[in-house]
Design a protein around this ligand. Sequence first.
Ligand SMILES: Cc1cc2nc3c(=O)[nH]c(=O)nc-3n(C[C@H](O)[C@H](O)[C@H](O)COP(=O)(O)OP(=O)(O)OC[C@H]3O[C@@H](n4cnc5c(N)ncnc54)[C@H](O)[C@@H]3O)c2cc1C
Ligand SMILES: NC(=O)c1ccc[n+]([C@@H]2O[C@H](COP(=O)([O-])OP(=O)(O)OC[C@H]3O[C@@H](n4cnc5c(N)ncnc54)[C@H](OP(=O)(O)O)[C@@H]3O)[C@@H](O)[C@H]2O)c1
Length: 424
Amino acid sequence: MTDYSNKNPYPSRITVNHVLNGEGSKKETRHIVFDLGDSGLEYKAGDALGVFPTCPPDLVESILEKLGCPPDEMVVVKNEEMELRHALLHKCEVHRVSKRFIEGLAPHFSSNSSSIQLKIVTRSRKNSAGFILEDWESTSEDDLPDYYTPLGPIDDPEKALWVSLVNDSQMMEDYIWSRDYLDFFEDFPTLQLDAQEFVDGVETLKPRLYSIASSPNFESGTVHLTVGIVRYNHHDRDRTGLTTGFLADRCVSKDSIVPVFMSPTRSFVLPEDGSTDIIMVGPGTGIAPFRAFLQQREIDGATGRNWLFFGDWTEEGEFYYREEIEAWQSDGNLERIDLAWSREGDEKVYVQHLMAKNGAEIWARIDAGGYFYVCGDKNYMAKDVHKTLIEICAENGNMSNEEAAHYVEQRMMKDEKRYLRDVY
Ligand SMILES: Cc1cc2nc3c(=O)[nH]c(=O)nc-3n(C[C@H](O)[C@H](O)[C@H](O)COP(=O)(O)OP(=O)(O)OC[C@H]3O[C@@H](n4cnc5c(N)ncnc54)[C@H](O)[C@@H]3O)c2cc1C
Ligand SMILES: NC(=O)c1ccc[n+]([C@@H]2O[C@H](COP(=O)([O-])OP(=O)(O)OC[C@H]3O[C@@H](n4cnc5c(N)ncnc54)[C@H](OP(=O)(O)O)[C@@H]3O)[C@@H](O)[C@H]2O)c1
């Protein structure tokens, strides 16, 4: 048996790939099933699957044309020799121009021309968290960082754009947010790059992780995912996220083969004791691991109560896995479900609003040793749910806010490991 891993992914066949949304939905969320064949790959409920996408072939062809290099020219990526086209399709993130790539063009734009007046005297850069990456002040004309080019009257528009980008971090962020390498070459039409220089500069293609939406005991030999497709339009061109676009637009035929690997979790697991109650909060694609948990708890005959908080925009458009969920409600596997539809009424209803309404019951289950799980958006939802959980504990557990925060963050999360999150 081969040991499949991130370094040696298994070429899995996609057997199911359909949209979960109801008619008229403005979202595209897909249920995708991967066949594990004779790979010997194993997983448990709570694990994630790593997926390696292929870059959009039409974009790759356009980039090849702009580069002006033969597609079969040999290049080296991570010590492996391959044809340029193969590298662009499978080894490079060509759908999003990177900051490192633009900064790396310094040799093409540096100038020793003495007629250009030096203008840069100080330079400070911070990352998105506000940490200072660079804080530099000029003392003479000679001590410029090597990638700097003098600012001054620049006739060459390409050079002027490059200088602006490397000197203005906000402009750089805005530029790279909405552009791929085709946009880049359109902005820098005279820039000559050789094939190796190009592949050395772009980011290496990275796999994306997806929370597995199936239990291996329930859906034998397969892995199910719930994938929210990222689509947007910039500069009059429709674009997609690299992996979600690949899965949605180029893996619809039954014979699609996609390299995958398992990414096991040590923490996001079901309680060993099946009689433990669990509360699951998973709006949107956050439902994925909870489908796996519910399948697993059913097959295990777990007697603990399962309570799900789910929601999305509308009941009609985004009630993913409705039939399965309703069947679980009927047979008792899902003891309780609270649904938050955020775009149905005049006011937003979010999962944490429903949690707050049911604070006493949530506290009772948690106080008795129940597990609390959250999956989905890290930036907003998980933070608000966290805050609400602390408020519920404070209000119902007779604690100050500080004591409740300690109870949630130290006791539940760290000591007892029964507040578990899978957020992205
Ligand atoms: C542990 C884990 C589990 C996950 N589980 C799931 C899951 O179950 N289901 C799921 O759908 N996802 C899940 N994700 C997210 C998933 O890994 C990918 O990040 C996601 O599918 C996007 O990948 P992509 O390659 O399509 O997009 P990328 O090419 O990586 O692009 C995504 C980027 O595009 C940006 N973007 C969004 N809109 C725009 C816009 N209008 N203009 C420009 N940029 C934009 C986003 O901010 C994001 O940075 C999980 C992530 C982790 C870490
Ligand atoms: N890292 C990536 O590359 C990547 C790629 C794809 C998706 N994502 C993120 O993954 C998350 C999951 O996306 P998804 O499509 O499954 O669903 P989602 O965008 O998380 O939306 C699911 C539900 O959560 C609601 N919501 C919005 N803000 C909230 C908050 N502060 N608290 C609670 N609920 C809130 C939404 O309501 P409203 O929309 O009506 O406000 C919607 O009803 C998103 O945040 C998305 O940005 C990340």
